[in-house]
Design a protein. Structure first.
Length: 467
Protein backbone atom coordinates (compact mmCIF):
# COMPACT_ATOMS: atom_id res chain seq x y z
CA UNK A 1 0.00 0.00 0.00
CA UNK A 2 1.15 3.52 -0.58
CA UNK A 3 0.09 6.92 0.53
CA UNK A 4 1.00 10.49 -0.36
CA UNK A 5 2.32 12.50 2.52
CA UNK A 6 -0.76 13.80 4.28
CA UNK A 7 0.12 17.08 5.96
CA UNK A 8 0.77 19.05 2.81
CA UNK A 9 0.04 22.54 4.19
CA UNK A 10 0.12 24.50 7.38
CA UNK A 11 -2.89 26.48 8.51
CA UNK A 12 -2.75 30.18 9.31
CA UNK A 13 -4.35 31.09 12.60
CA UNK A 14 -3.88 32.75 15.97
CA UNK A 15 -1.26 31.63 18.41
CA UNK A 16 -2.44 29.72 21.48
CA UNK A 17 -1.26 32.49 23.76
CA UNK A 18 0.00 36.06 23.71
CA UNK A 19 3.72 36.64 23.86
CA UNK A 20 4.49 39.41 26.37
CA UNK A 21 6.05 42.48 24.78
CA UNK A 22 9.66 43.05 25.81
CA UNK A 23 10.50 46.21 27.67
CA UNK A 24 13.05 47.39 25.15
CA UNK A 25 12.65 46.59 21.47
CA UNK A 26 15.89 47.38 19.77
CA UNK A 27 15.54 45.08 16.72
CA UNK A 28 13.25 45.03 13.75
CA UNK A 29 11.07 42.26 12.29
CA UNK A 30 12.16 40.30 9.26
CA UNK A 31 11.23 37.21 7.30
CA UNK A 32 12.86 34.03 8.53
CA UNK A 33 15.83 33.41 6.20
CA UNK A 34 14.87 31.01 3.43
CA UNK A 35 11.16 31.94 3.43
CA UNK A 36 9.71 32.03 -0.10
CA UNK A 37 6.60 33.84 -1.29
CA UNK A 38 4.69 31.45 -3.58
CA UNK A 39 1.51 33.39 -4.34
CA UNK A 40 -2.17 32.57 -4.70
CA UNK A 41 -3.46 29.05 -4.13
CA UNK A 42 -4.91 28.44 -7.59
CA UNK A 43 -8.40 27.02 -8.21
CA UNK A 44 -9.24 27.05 -4.50
CA UNK A 45 -12.68 26.46 -3.05
CA UNK A 46 -12.46 29.51 -0.78
CA UNK A 47 -14.40 32.70 -1.37
CA UNK A 48 -11.15 34.59 -0.76
CA UNK A 49 -8.29 32.54 -2.26
CA UNK A 50 -5.50 32.06 0.31
CA UNK A 51 -1.90 32.95 -0.41
CA UNK A 52 0.96 30.47 -0.02
CA UNK A 53 4.30 31.00 1.70
CA UNK A 54 6.99 28.33 1.81
CA UNK A 55 8.88 28.10 5.10
CA UNK A 56 12.57 27.18 5.22
CA UNK A 57 11.62 23.64 6.28
CA UNK A 58 9.75 23.19 2.98
CA UNK A 59 6.24 23.33 4.45
CA UNK A 60 3.68 25.53 2.73
CA UNK A 61 1.60 27.85 4.92
CA UNK A 62 -1.75 29.27 3.81
CA UNK A 63 -2.24 32.93 4.70
CA UNK A 64 -5.18 35.29 4.28
CA UNK A 65 -4.56 38.26 2.02
CA UNK A 66 -3.82 40.73 4.83
CA UNK A 67 -1.10 38.59 6.38
CA UNK A 68 0.38 37.89 2.97
CA UNK A 69 0.59 41.64 2.34
CA UNK A 70 2.56 41.97 5.57
CA UNK A 71 4.93 39.26 4.37
CA UNK A 72 5.25 40.96 0.97
CA UNK A 73 6.04 44.29 2.63
CA UNK A 74 8.73 42.68 4.80
CA UNK A 75 10.17 40.96 1.74
CA UNK A 76 10.23 44.29 -0.14
CA UNK A 77 12.08 45.95 2.76
CA UNK A 78 14.58 43.10 2.80
CA UNK A 79 15.21 43.44 -0.93
CA UNK A 80 15.65 47.20 -0.66
CA UNK A 81 18.26 46.84 2.05
CA UNK A 82 20.04 44.05 0.22
CA UNK A 83 20.18 46.18 -2.95
CA UNK A 84 21.61 49.27 -1.26
CA UNK A 85 23.38 48.73 2.05
CA UNK A 86 25.15 52.10 1.87
CA UNK A 87 22.13 54.24 2.81
CA UNK A 88 22.77 55.61 6.34
CA UNK A 89 19.17 56.59 7.08
CA UNK A 90 16.40 54.21 6.31
CA UNK A 91 12.74 54.24 7.14
CA UNK A 92 12.02 51.92 10.12
CA UNK A 93 10.69 48.58 8.98
CA UNK A 94 7.52 48.73 11.08
CA UNK A 95 6.62 52.18 9.78
CA UNK A 96 7.33 51.13 6.19
CA UNK A 97 5.15 48.02 6.49
CA UNK A 98 2.33 50.06 8.05
CA UNK A 99 2.55 52.55 5.17
CA UNK A 100 2.51 49.76 2.58
CA UNK A 101 -0.52 48.12 4.19
CA UNK A 102 -2.41 51.43 4.40
CA UNK A 103 -1.71 52.11 0.73
CA UNK A 104 -2.63 48.60 -0.46
CA UNK A 105 -5.81 48.17 1.60
CA UNK A 106 -7.13 51.71 1.86
CA UNK A 107 -7.33 51.34 5.65
CA UNK A 108 -5.20 53.12 8.17
CA UNK A 109 -2.58 50.90 9.79
CA UNK A 110 -0.20 51.88 12.58
CA UNK A 111 2.98 50.22 13.78
CA UNK A 112 0.99 48.75 16.69
CA UNK A 113 -1.33 47.02 14.26
CA UNK A 114 1.64 45.64 12.35
CA UNK A 115 3.26 44.45 15.59
CA UNK A 116 0.08 42.59 16.50
CA UNK A 117 -0.11 40.84 13.14
CA UNK A 118 3.55 39.85 13.29
CA UNK A 119 3.68 38.75 16.94
CA UNK A 120 0.30 37.00 17.11
CA UNK A 121 -0.09 35.59 13.60
CA UNK A 122 3.11 35.31 11.54
CA UNK A 123 5.84 34.63 14.11
CA UNK A 124 3.98 31.63 15.63
CA UNK A 125 3.76 30.15 12.13
CA UNK A 126 7.55 30.36 11.73
CA UNK A 127 7.32 32.84 8.85
CA UNK A 128 8.78 35.98 10.48
CA UNK A 129 10.71 37.00 13.56
CA UNK A 130 8.88 38.89 16.30
CA UNK A 131 8.33 42.61 15.96
CA UNK A 132 11.36 43.30 18.19
CA UNK A 133 13.60 41.17 15.98
CA UNK A 134 13.73 38.19 18.36
CA UNK A 135 13.51 34.77 16.70
CA UNK A 136 10.15 33.01 16.43
CA UNK A 137 9.31 30.10 18.72
CA UNK A 138 9.80 26.54 17.49
CA UNK A 139 7.00 25.71 15.10
CA UNK A 140 4.94 22.74 16.31
CA UNK A 141 4.33 20.04 13.76
CA UNK A 142 0.84 19.74 12.33
CA UNK A 143 -1.27 16.82 13.54
CA UNK A 144 -4.21 16.42 11.14
CA UNK A 145 -6.95 13.88 11.82
CA UNK A 146 -6.10 10.36 10.51
CA UNK A 147 -2.72 11.57 9.26
CA UNK A 148 0.22 9.29 8.43
CA UNK A 149 2.22 9.59 11.68
CA UNK A 150 4.31 6.44 12.06
CA UNK A 151 6.70 6.87 9.17
CA UNK A 152 10.39 6.83 8.37
CA UNK A 153 12.01 8.74 5.51
CA UNK A 154 14.15 6.47 3.32
CA UNK A 155 15.05 8.46 0.20
CA UNK A 156 16.06 12.12 0.66
CA UNK A 157 14.62 14.85 -1.52
CA UNK A 158 17.70 15.00 -3.75
CA UNK A 159 17.49 11.28 -4.59
CA UNK A 160 13.72 11.50 -5.14
CA UNK A 161 14.27 14.36 -7.57
CA UNK A 162 16.76 12.33 -9.62
CA UNK A 163 14.70 9.13 -9.69
CA UNK A 164 11.49 10.99 -10.49
CA UNK A 165 13.20 12.59 -13.46
CA UNK A 166 13.73 9.14 -14.97
CA UNK A 167 9.96 8.63 -15.27
CA UNK A 168 8.56 12.13 -15.76
CA UNK A 169 8.33 11.66 -19.55
CA UNK A 170 5.64 9.01 -19.00
CA UNK A 171 3.14 11.77 -18.25
CA UNK A 172 3.05 13.05 -21.80
CA UNK A 173 -0.64 13.07 -22.82
CA UNK A 174 -0.20 10.66 -25.74
CA UNK A 175 1.51 8.11 -23.51
CA UNK A 176 -1.19 8.44 -20.84
CA UNK A 177 -3.94 7.72 -23.38
CA UNK A 178 -2.05 4.70 -24.77
CA UNK A 179 -1.27 3.34 -21.31
CA UNK A 180 -4.82 3.64 -19.98
CA UNK A 181 -6.26 2.07 -23.17
CA UNK A 182 -3.82 -0.84 -22.97
CA UNK A 183 -4.52 -1.30 -19.25
CA UNK A 184 -8.29 -1.48 -19.76
CA UNK A 185 -7.90 -3.92 -22.67
CA UNK A 186 -5.52 -6.09 -20.65
CA UNK A 187 -7.87 -6.16 -17.66
CA UNK A 188 -10.81 -7.15 -19.86
CA UNK A 189 -8.77 -9.98 -21.40
CA UNK A 190 -7.55 -11.16 -18.00
CA UNK A 191 -10.91 -11.34 -16.24
CA UNK A 192 -12.81 -12.85 -19.17
CA UNK A 193 -10.35 -15.54 -20.27
CA UNK A 194 -8.07 -16.53 -17.34
CA UNK A 195 -8.66 -18.78 -14.29
CA UNK A 196 -7.55 -16.62 -11.37
CA UNK A 197 -9.02 -18.99 -8.74
CA UNK A 198 -6.73 -21.84 -9.77
CA UNK A 199 -3.78 -19.46 -9.79
CA UNK A 200 -4.59 -18.34 -6.23
CA UNK A 201 -4.75 -21.95 -5.03
CA UNK A 202 -1.39 -22.66 -6.63
CA UNK A 203 0.19 -19.70 -4.83
CA UNK A 204 -1.21 -20.65 -1.41
CA UNK A 205 0.31 -24.13 -1.59
CA UNK A 206 3.82 -22.90 -2.47
CA UNK A 207 6.01 -20.80 -0.12
CA UNK A 208 8.13 -19.70 -3.05
CA UNK A 209 5.08 -18.37 -4.89
CA UNK A 210 3.85 -16.61 -1.74
CA UNK A 211 7.19 -14.84 -1.43
CA UNK A 212 7.13 -13.91 -5.11
CA UNK A 213 3.63 -12.40 -4.93
CA UNK A 214 4.45 -10.45 -1.74
CA UNK A 215 7.65 -9.09 -3.25
CA UNK A 216 5.84 -8.06 -6.43
CA UNK A 217 3.15 -6.34 -4.33
CA UNK A 218 5.84 -4.42 -2.43
CA UNK A 219 7.55 -3.50 -5.71
CA UNK A 220 4.21 -2.19 -7.04
CA UNK A 221 3.75 -0.05 -3.91
CA UNK A 222 7.23 1.41 -4.31
CA UNK A 223 6.66 2.06 -8.02
CA UNK A 224 3.37 3.75 -7.09
CA UNK A 225 5.34 6.35 -5.11
CA UNK A 226 7.62 7.09 -8.03
CA UNK A 227 4.44 7.94 -9.93
CA UNK A 228 3.63 10.70 -7.45
CA UNK A 229 7.16 12.04 -7.60
CA UNK A 230 7.36 11.89 -11.40
CA UNK A 231 4.02 13.70 -11.73
CA UNK A 232 5.33 16.49 -9.50
CA UNK A 233 8.49 16.82 -11.54
CA UNK A 234 6.53 16.80 -14.81
CA UNK A 235 4.48 19.69 -13.41
CA UNK A 236 7.63 21.63 -12.53
CA UNK A 237 7.68 21.27 -8.72
CA UNK A 238 10.01 19.33 -6.47
CA UNK A 239 8.81 16.09 -4.84
CA UNK A 240 9.93 15.60 -1.25
CA UNK A 241 11.27 12.59 0.62
CA UNK A 242 10.01 9.05 0.14
CA UNK A 243 9.65 6.59 2.97
CA UNK A 244 7.60 3.88 4.64
CA UNK A 245 5.69 3.25 7.82
CA UNK A 246 2.31 2.18 9.17
CA UNK A 247 -0.83 4.08 8.25
CA UNK A 248 -3.55 3.22 10.78
CA UNK A 249 -3.36 -0.58 10.46
CA UNK A 250 -1.53 -1.05 7.15
CA UNK A 251 2.14 -1.03 6.19
CA UNK A 252 2.51 1.80 3.68
CA UNK A 253 4.90 3.79 1.54
CA UNK A 254 4.59 7.55 1.15
CA UNK A 255 5.90 10.49 -0.88
CA UNK A 256 5.90 14.09 0.29
CA UNK A 257 4.10 15.97 -2.49
CA UNK A 258 3.50 19.15 -0.49
CA UNK A 259 4.79 21.32 -3.32
CA UNK A 260 2.05 20.12 -5.65
CA UNK A 261 0.00 22.91 -4.03
CA UNK A 262 2.07 25.29 -6.16
CA UNK A 263 0.25 23.88 -9.21
CA UNK A 264 -3.23 24.51 -10.50
CA UNK A 265 -6.08 22.03 -10.15
CA UNK A 266 -5.01 19.91 -13.14
CA UNK A 267 -1.42 19.65 -11.91
CA UNK A 268 -2.49 18.69 -8.39
CA UNK A 269 -4.84 15.98 -9.64
CA UNK A 270 -2.12 14.65 -11.95
CA UNK A 271 0.13 14.33 -8.89
CA UNK A 272 -2.67 12.57 -6.98
CA UNK A 273 -3.32 10.09 -9.80
CA UNK A 274 0.34 9.56 -10.60
CA UNK A 275 0.64 6.60 -8.24
CA UNK A 276 -2.40 4.77 -9.64
CA UNK A 277 -1.15 5.49 -13.17
CA UNK A 278 2.15 3.81 -12.33
CA UNK A 279 0.23 0.86 -10.84
CA UNK A 280 -1.41 0.50 -14.26
CA UNK A 281 2.03 0.50 -15.89
CA UNK A 282 3.14 -2.16 -13.42
CA UNK A 283 0.11 -4.30 -14.31
CA UNK A 284 0.96 -3.98 -18.02
CA UNK A 285 4.45 -5.24 -17.27
CA UNK A 286 3.07 -8.25 -15.37
CA UNK A 287 0.58 -8.97 -18.16
CA UNK A 288 3.35 -8.92 -20.73
CA UNK A 289 5.44 -11.26 -18.57
CA UNK A 290 2.49 -13.62 -18.09
CA UNK A 291 1.71 -13.64 -21.81
CA UNK A 292 5.33 -14.60 -22.49
CA UNK A 293 5.73 -17.26 -19.76
CA UNK A 294 2.24 -18.45 -18.73
CA UNK A 295 3.41 -18.41 -15.09
CA UNK A 296 0.08 -18.34 -13.23
CA UNK A 297 1.25 -16.79 -9.90
CA UNK A 298 1.67 -13.58 -11.89
CA UNK A 299 -2.14 -13.47 -12.13
CA UNK A 300 -2.31 -13.31 -8.32
CA UNK A 301 0.23 -10.50 -8.32
CA UNK A 302 -1.95 -8.62 -10.82
CA UNK A 303 -4.95 -9.21 -8.54
CA UNK A 304 -3.05 -7.71 -5.59
CA UNK A 305 -2.16 -4.61 -7.63
CA UNK A 306 -5.80 -4.23 -8.68
CA UNK A 307 -6.85 -4.34 -5.03
CA UNK A 308 -4.27 -1.68 -4.27
CA UNK A 309 -5.67 0.55 -7.02
CA UNK A 310 -9.20 0.16 -5.65
CA UNK A 311 -8.06 0.93 -2.13
CA UNK A 312 -6.10 3.99 -3.22
CA UNK A 313 -9.14 5.43 -5.00
CA UNK A 314 -11.35 5.23 -1.91
CA UNK A 315 -12.02 8.80 -0.66
CA UNK A 316 -12.67 7.90 2.98
CA UNK A 317 -9.19 7.79 4.54
CA UNK A 318 -6.13 9.77 3.42
CA UNK A 319 -5.49 7.71 0.32
CA UNK A 320 -5.17 9.07 -3.21
CA UNK A 321 -8.95 9.24 -3.63
CA UNK A 322 -9.21 11.59 -0.66
CA UNK A 323 -6.70 13.99 -2.19
CA UNK A 324 -8.43 13.78 -5.57
CA UNK A 325 -11.68 14.97 -3.99
CA UNK A 326 -9.84 17.65 -2.01
CA UNK A 327 -8.01 18.97 -5.05
CA UNK A 328 -11.09 18.88 -7.28
CA UNK A 329 -12.88 21.31 -4.95
CA UNK A 330 -9.73 23.17 -3.85
CA UNK A 331 -9.96 22.45 -0.10
CA UNK A 332 -6.69 21.00 1.24
CA UNK A 333 -7.92 19.38 4.49
CA UNK A 334 -11.44 17.98 4.30
CA UNK A 335 -11.38 16.43 7.77
CA UNK A 336 -11.31 19.82 9.51
CA UNK A 337 -14.84 20.42 8.19
CA UNK A 338 -16.37 17.28 9.72
CA UNK A 339 -17.44 18.97 12.96
CA UNK A 340 -18.80 22.16 11.29
CA UNK A 341 -20.80 20.11 8.77
CA UNK A 342 -22.28 17.85 11.46
CA UNK A 343 -23.25 20.87 13.57
CA UNK A 344 -24.83 22.50 10.53
CA UNK A 345 -26.63 19.48 9.03
CA UNK A 346 -27.42 17.34 12.08
CA UNK A 347 -27.77 19.88 14.90
CA UNK A 348 -29.12 22.65 12.65
CA UNK A 349 -26.73 25.20 14.10
CA UNK A 350 -25.69 28.31 12.13
CA UNK A 351 -22.68 28.11 9.85
CA UNK A 352 -19.38 28.88 11.50
CA UNK A 353 -16.62 30.95 9.93
CA UNK A 354 -14.95 27.92 8.38
CA UNK A 355 -18.00 27.06 6.31
CA UNK A 356 -18.78 30.67 5.43
CA UNK A 357 -15.28 30.98 3.97
CA UNK A 358 -16.06 28.28 1.36
CA UNK A 359 -17.72 28.75 -2.00
CA UNK A 360 -21.16 27.26 -2.45
CA UNK A 361 -20.39 24.16 -4.50
CA UNK A 362 -17.36 23.08 -2.41
CA UNK A 363 -19.63 23.35 0.65
CA UNK A 364 -22.09 20.95 -0.97
CA UNK A 365 -19.38 18.46 -1.95
CA UNK A 366 -17.80 18.56 1.51
CA UNK A 367 -21.22 18.10 3.16
CA UNK A 368 -21.98 15.04 1.02
CA UNK A 369 -18.51 13.62 1.71
CA UNK A 370 -18.88 14.11 5.49
CA UNK A 371 -22.38 12.59 5.65
CA UNK A 372 -21.09 9.51 3.80
CA UNK A 373 -17.80 9.33 5.68
CA UNK A 374 -18.99 9.44 9.29
CA UNK A 375 -21.30 6.38 9.17
CA UNK A 376 -18.62 4.40 7.31
CA UNK A 377 -15.90 5.22 9.84
CA UNK A 378 -18.15 4.56 12.83
CA UNK A 379 -19.24 1.22 11.35
CA UNK A 380 -15.67 0.19 10.55
CA UNK A 381 -14.39 1.14 14.01
CA UNK A 382 -17.29 -0.65 15.70
CA UNK A 383 -16.72 -3.82 13.68
CA UNK A 384 -13.00 -3.62 14.40
CA UNK A 385 -13.47 -3.41 18.16
CA UNK A 386 -16.22 -6.05 18.17
CA UNK A 387 -14.22 -8.56 16.13
CA UNK A 388 -10.82 -7.87 17.73
CA UNK A 389 -10.86 -10.91 20.10
CA UNK A 390 -11.85 -13.23 17.26
CA UNK A 391 -9.20 -11.68 15.02
CA UNK A 392 -6.52 -12.28 17.65
CA UNK A 393 -7.52 -15.94 18.02
CA UNK A 394 -7.59 -16.48 14.26
CA UNK A 395 -4.19 -14.86 13.80
CA UNK A 396 -2.69 -16.93 16.61
CA UNK A 397 -3.99 -20.14 15.02
CA UNK A 398 -2.67 -19.01 11.65
CA UNK A 399 0.77 -18.29 13.14
CA UNK A 400 0.95 -21.77 14.69
CA UNK A 401 -0.15 -23.35 11.43
CA UNK A 402 2.45 -21.44 9.44
CA UNK A 403 5.23 -22.52 11.80
CA UNK A 404 4.11 -26.16 11.75
CA UNK A 405 3.95 -26.26 7.95
CA UNK A 406 7.19 -24.34 7.33
CA UNK A 407 9.02 -27.49 6.17
CA UNK A 408 6.16 -29.06 4.26
CA UNK A 409 7.48 -27.80 0.93
CA UNK A 410 10.76 -29.73 1.35
CA UNK A 411 12.83 -26.55 1.67
CA UNK A 412 12.80 -25.60 5.35
CA UNK A 413 14.69 -22.30 4.91
CA UNK A 414 12.38 -21.10 2.17
CA UNK A 415 9.30 -22.28 4.04
CA UNK A 416 10.37 -20.55 7.25
CA UNK A 417 11.14 -17.32 5.38
CA UNK A 418 7.69 -17.38 3.82
CA UNK A 419 6.09 -18.14 7.20
CA UNK A 420 7.95 -15.29 8.93
CA UNK A 421 6.93 -12.85 6.23
CA UNK A 422 3.28 -13.87 6.50
CA UNK A 423 3.45 -13.63 10.31
CA UNK A 424 4.85 -10.12 9.97
CA UNK A 425 1.97 -9.16 7.66
CA UNK A 426 -0.45 -10.55 10.24
CA UNK A 427 1.21 -8.69 13.12
CA UNK A 428 1.42 -5.26 11.50
CA UNK A 429 -2.36 -4.67 11.33
CA UNK A 430 -2.68 -5.70 14.98
CA UNK A 431 0.05 -3.24 15.91
CA UNK A 432 -1.74 -0.59 13.88
CA UNK A 433 -5.07 -1.35 15.59
CA UNK A 434 -3.38 -0.93 18.96
CA UNK A 435 -1.92 2.43 17.93
CA UNK A 436 -5.29 3.64 16.58
CA UNK A 437 -7.18 2.69 19.73
CA UNK A 438 -4.46 4.19 21.94
CA UNK A 439 -4.52 7.43 19.94
CA UNK A 440 -8.31 7.59 20.08
CA UNK A 441 -8.31 7.05 23.85
CA UNK A 442 -5.64 9.72 24.29
CA UNK A 443 -7.67 12.20 22.21
CA UNK A 444 -10.82 11.53 24.26
CA UNK A 445 -8.92 12.07 27.52
CA UNK A 446 -7.46 15.36 26.23
CA UNK A 447 -10.91 16.51 25.13
CA UNK A 448 -12.37 15.70 28.54
CA UNK A 449 -9.64 17.61 30.39
CA UNK A 450 -9.89 20.54 27.97
CA UNK A 451 -13.62 20.88 28.57
CA UNK A 452 -13.16 20.48 32.30
CA UNK A 453 -10.56 23.26 32.39
CA UNK A 454 -12.48 25.61 30.08
CA UNK A 455 -14.58 28.49 31.35
CA UNK A 456 -12.11 30.91 32.88
CA UNK A 457 -9.43 33.31 31.80
CA UNK A 458 -9.23 36.67 30.10
CA UNK A 459 -8.05 37.51 26.61
CA UNK A 460 -7.32 40.96 25.28
CA UNK A 461 -6.09 41.83 21.80
CA UNK A 462 -5.18 44.95 19.92
CA UNK A 463 -7.77 45.57 17.22
CA UNK A 464 -7.00 45.69 13.54
CA UNK A 465 -8.71 48.56 11.68
CA UNK A 466 -12.11 47.55 10.31
CA UNK A 467 -12.62 47.23 6.56
Amino acid sequence: MSLPFAPRTGEAGPAPGRRPAPADRTGEPALVPGTELVGEFEDSGYREPPQLVCRPDGQLVRLPTLLYQVVKALDARRRERDDDRSLPDREPVMAGVAADLSRETGRQFTTEHVAFLIDEKLAPLGVTSHSDGSPPPPTPGSDPFLAFRYRLAVLPERVTWILSGLFAWLFRPVLIVLTVSAFLAGEAWLWTTQETGAALQEVLTSPANVLLVVLLAIASCAFHEFGHGAACRYGGVRPGVMGCGIYLVWPAFYTDITHSYRLGRAGRIRADLGGVYFNALFVLGLLALYAATGFRPLLVAILSVNLEIIQQLLPTLRFDGYYIVADLIGIPDLFRYVAPILKRVVLRQPQDDRLRSLKRWPQIVVAVWVMCLVPVLVLQLGMLVFNLPQLLRADWQKVNLLIENAGASGNYALGMTSACLQILLLALPLAGITLVLAGLSRSLVRLAFRRRGAGGGDSTVRPVPPA
